[in-house]
Design a protein around this ligand. Structure first.
Ligand SMILES: [Zn+2]
Length: 190
């Protein structure tokens, strides 16, 4: 598990867990391998600014198996990360921490979503209560990880899910569904 944190802030604030690819930036079937392939959804940068303005901690929870598949170098991986953090900040937002799983599925680690390991570790390290905290993702495995960790799942439906996946998601308890990250963040403010 790879952990990055921004400078520490008081923990008695509301937090949200966010997936990266398909949520903040447009996902690619051949993985994000360098900063030029990191294309932001316009609504995601606005949503991150809104979360920051409303004092919500934003914690990234992301599978990045491209690392152990040997498709991205360490240098490029952290370059993509820091580029993303900088772009978010330029738009008035703030990323507070990031928890990445670098493993391939066949490594059977405990951090790759749908396992709840990234969420559980983020909760322990940052002292965030899992119960009642939202995890926003665009895939079944994000919502399964949220469910297993005891978080409240929000599906960001970017229109790329299969019917079966949508059915499985709706079988998980009380998953809310939005078309944009901005709408999902507004839900947190209710
Ligand atoms: Zn892992």
């Amino acid at each position: 598990m790879l952990i990055w944190t921004n400078s520490c802030r008081c923990n008695n604030r509301k937090s949200v867990f966010l997936d990266r690819d398909g949520v903040i930036n447009i996902d690619r079937p051949d993985y994000i391998k360098n900063r030029h392939e990191l294309e932001f959804y316009p609504d995601s940068l606005k949503a991150l600014r809104l979360a920051t303005e409303k004092d919500i901690n934003v914690i990234l929870i992301s599978n990045q198996s491209a690392i152990n598949r040997g498709l991205i170098s360490w240098q490029n991986f952290w370059d993509v990360h820091h580029h993303m953090v900088r772009r978010i900040a330029e738009e008035g937002g703030r990323l507070d921490a990031a928890f990445y799983c670098p493993h391939r599925p066949d490594e059977n680690c405990s951090c790759r979503k749908p396992s709840p390991g990234l969420l559980v570790n983020a909760s322990r390290l940052l002292k965030i209560r899992l119960h009642g905290t939202y995890m926003i993702g665009d895939r079944l495995k994000d919502l399964q990880a949220a469910y297993r960790a005891g978080c409240q799942g929000i599906l960001l439906d970017r229109g790329c899910l299969q019917k079966e996946e949508l059915q499985e998601i709706s079988d998980l308890s009380a998953v809310k569904r939005y078309a944009t990250l901005l709408e999902a963040v507004r839900e947190l403010l209710r």
